[in-house]
Ligand binder design. Sequence first.
Ligand code: FAD
Length: 470
Amino acid sequence: SSGSDENDVVVIGGGPGGYVAAIKAAQLGLKTTCIEKRGTLGGTCLNVGCIPSKALLHSSHMFHEAQHSFANHGVKFSSVEVDLPAMMGQKDKAVSNLTRGIEGLFKKNKVNYVKGYGKFLSPSEISVDTNEGGNSVVKGKNIIIATGSDVKGLPGITIDEKRIVSSTGALALTEIPKRLVVIGAGYIGLEMGSVWGRLGSEVTVVEFAADIVPTMDGEVRKQFQRALEKQKMKFMLKTKVVSVDTTGDGVKLTLEPASGGEQTTLEADVVLVSAGRVPFTSGLELDKIGVETDKGGRILVNERFATNVPGVYAIGDVIPGPMLAHKAEEDGVACVEFIAGKEGHVDYDMVPGVVYTHPEVSYVGKTEEQVKALGVDYRVGKFPFLANSRAKAIDDAEGIVKVIAEKESDKILGVHIMSPNAGELIHEAVLALQYGASSEDIARTCHAHPTMSEALKEAAMATYDKPIHM
Ligand code: FAD
């Protein structure tokens, strides 16, 4: 029962930040309740983010491979087609299996799960409008706000989730649009653009800034953009969407150069608004207890995830820092460790970023631009996948590894990978950075042959010496 018994920890929000914090708290012996309004656990990530997007990326990749690559491998068949309802069904099954899995973990770890909308009555009391229609008060010595984020709208553009969609609508289209316009060239826009592009949509990405994915190393970004262009994704950079007209059959966008100038129009069947995400705190009644936020609405916390109100903490997308599921999880564990009187630690400079297109792009640490700006003397080692035997063997060799190391000490400062499965390859580099390794440490570590990972070893070699296979 939740009601009147006091908890050690109450978590508001059951996303990757909140549910992980709740499980960890229970594992540390704290009496824990998690409040979630969605009806299922896993938050944005599991329900309408990371997981369904990766399901569709994989399914659409298989279709694309069948159309464009199988014949090169001597696999022939007379025709291949998309069964969209079946594809969506496999995505939905993956999501529901995983959300139920978290419910199972809650039971196993004795986390009390309250389904409903939480708001503060006081720093230790949460009023919950339950999904069943009632109300209850949940009390806790410590409250963790893990309410995550929501789609950022654009002025003058109404998202109807049919013709003008957010990522949520783009994960559930019932037809393959002939023309898809993506507003915003961040990773979410590029991933969803890739899904529909592979299934047959003509995809145009409109971006106000001069570059796609701003957090990416410039050199890798250039190659990445070229790779996407080869897949027929079109880019209109430094371009502003002035208005969107849905009165006709399709959608008519009016565009203008970011720096001003002549307007043009662009037609679409579906428009995806993916211009970023904003922290979600509406309905929480933070003002009632005086929790401080920044101008963007993010909750301000110290290095122990404590807000300015004693006993109230915040983690994940709702606080400053990279808006990523694995970062939210790290926040959750560390926050609870602090509450339990232990030490916790999260280093936002060591949070890897991954774009799950094909090829994938992953990175950790600093970009070359950032290293330059710091005025540090550095060396760069690069190795192309065209010279990697495994990538050649499977005929999927587009990509590069780039290692940046401090010149004097050879300490690794940043690693950037574009390749199939780059999201898996990056963790060796994350570990290296975390342990303060040098590029020579990686280069002198035996890597299995033939693997894509050897490209990282060779790029590390190239940083202070010469690679063997180039
Ligand atoms: P959320 O996951 O947003 O969870 C917050 C939860 O709190 C929600 O379920 C919400 O219903 C609940 N809630 C809010 N207010 C209340 C309240 N008052 N009472 C009760 N419950 C409440 N990240 C990655 O790392 N990798 C990816 O591949 C990736 N892909 C993505 C793809 C898409 C399309 C999107 C949209 C996001 C993606 N992300 C990805 C980002 C990732 O989803 C977020 O960083 C992550 O979900 C943040 O976790 P969180 O726990 O802070 O918040």
